[in-house]
Write a protein that binds this ligand. Structure first.
Ligand code: DOR
Ligand code: ZN
Length: 345
């Protein structure tokens, strides 16, 4: 059995860092493991302009403990009124790597999101022209659609027509959760790729109800049934460059999770790459982890691959029950349980 794995330093192509004291408390988990991370723009005040994204980037850089090599890759939050000029500004900034589509009301801080994708045509056409990718939260918000079907219906109603209308547009279908999404990505041309989280690879929807209601397994898109998880594993370990790592680590304070209407989000950053190693090991595909975690994402975004390496060892450790988080605390994925791989310093 492999007990030591040296891989090129990976990138997290989908991360929520929040802001202020909360960001300060979580950022170190990511910088320890990843060379770069794509930072989601769904702050309380969404990052809808290039100026706001540059200011957020400055705050992130200032919050880094060391001048180590970590680089935040910024995104813009798409709204019905994002202009083509704003897209050009984003591209010329040199620091904005994509534009995030949240259907309005789909998830945390998505109220200012898109109500009608057709209203975004000028922005999307400019993105296609400039090669700036669209990062998609792929769920419809139609209350008549079953929560577990929202990704599949999004493909049919929004994504497939969009790809037809704008075949040049580069698209990352974020945190995919279903076989339908895997098949959609496989059938599309090379401009369409997808991220897969560790939690959707490790757990199915039973985890939400194991012995009671489990808020720390609640995220959006919600965990799906076992056969969908199996399809995600096949995609992740396939070696196909269209699939790459994006944790969607989404910190929320305990008081926002342990309540009658808890927030969606799984905080996986404290063991992000270690948990992916578990998945790949269980699937007998550890040798494919490096490409999924460190090559495919960088290649899709046209970035150089990271130069450094990280070392993972097969050595179990206990995830703490909680960590400090601003004025509150935060409960990580696997709290009080074993993680089977560890990062060697
Ligand atoms: O579970 C989620 N949490 N899904 C999202 O799309 C947003 C994220 C967050 O920001 O908390
Ligand atoms: Zn996310």
């Amino acid at each position: 059995m492999t007990s030591r794995l040296v891989i090129n330093r990976p990138d997290d192509m989908h991360l929520h860092l929040r802001d202020g004291a909360e960001m300060q408390d979580v950022i170190g988990f990511t910088t320890k493991r990843f060379g770069r991370a794509i930072i989601m723009p769904n702050l309380k005040l969404p990052v809808t302009t290039t100026i706001a994204a540059m200011a957020y980037r400055d705050r992130i850089l200032k919050s880094l403990y060391t001048e180590g090599g970590f680089r935040p890759l910024m995104t813009l939050y798409l709204t019905d009124s994002t202009s083509a000029t704003e897209i050009s500004n984003a591209r010329s900034s040199g620091h904005i790597i994509g534009v995030k589509l949240y259907p309005a009301g789909a998830t945390t801080h998505s109220d200012s999101g898109v109500t009608d994708i057709l209203k975004c045509t000028p922005a999307l056409e400019k993105m296609a022209e400039l090669g700036l990718p669209l990062l998609v939260h792929g769920e419809v918000v139609d209350p008549k659609v079953d929560v577990f079907d929202r990704e599949q219906v999004f493909i049919d109603r929004i994504l497939a027509p969009l790809v037809q209308r704008l075949p040049e547009l580069r698209i990352v279908f974020e945190h995919i959760t279903t076989q339908a999404a895997v098949e959609f990505v496989l059938d599309a041309d090379s401009q369409v790729a997808a991220t897969i989280t560790a939690h959707h690879l490790l757990y199915n929807r039973n985890a939400l109800f194991h012995g009671g209601l489990r808020p720390y397994y609640y995220c959006l898109p919600v965990l799906k049934r076992e056969r969908e998880r199996e399809a995600l594993i096949r995609a992740a370990i396939s070696g196909n460059p269209k699939f790459f790592l994006g944790t969607d680590s989404a910190p929320h304070a305990r008081n926002a999770k342990e309540t009658s209407c808890g927030c969606a989000g799984i905080f996986s950053a404290p063991a992000a790459i270690e948990l992916y190693a578990e998945v790949f090991e269980q699937a007998g595909a550890l040798e494919r982890l490096e490409a999924f975690a460190s090559f495919h994402g960088a290649d899709f975004y046209g970035l150089p691959r990271n130069k450094g390496k990280i070392t993972l060892v097969r050595s179990a450790w206990m995830m703490p029950e909680r960590y400090p988080y601003g004025a509150d605390e935060i409960v990580p994925l696997r709290a009080g349980e074993k993680v089977h791989w560890a990062l060697a310093d």
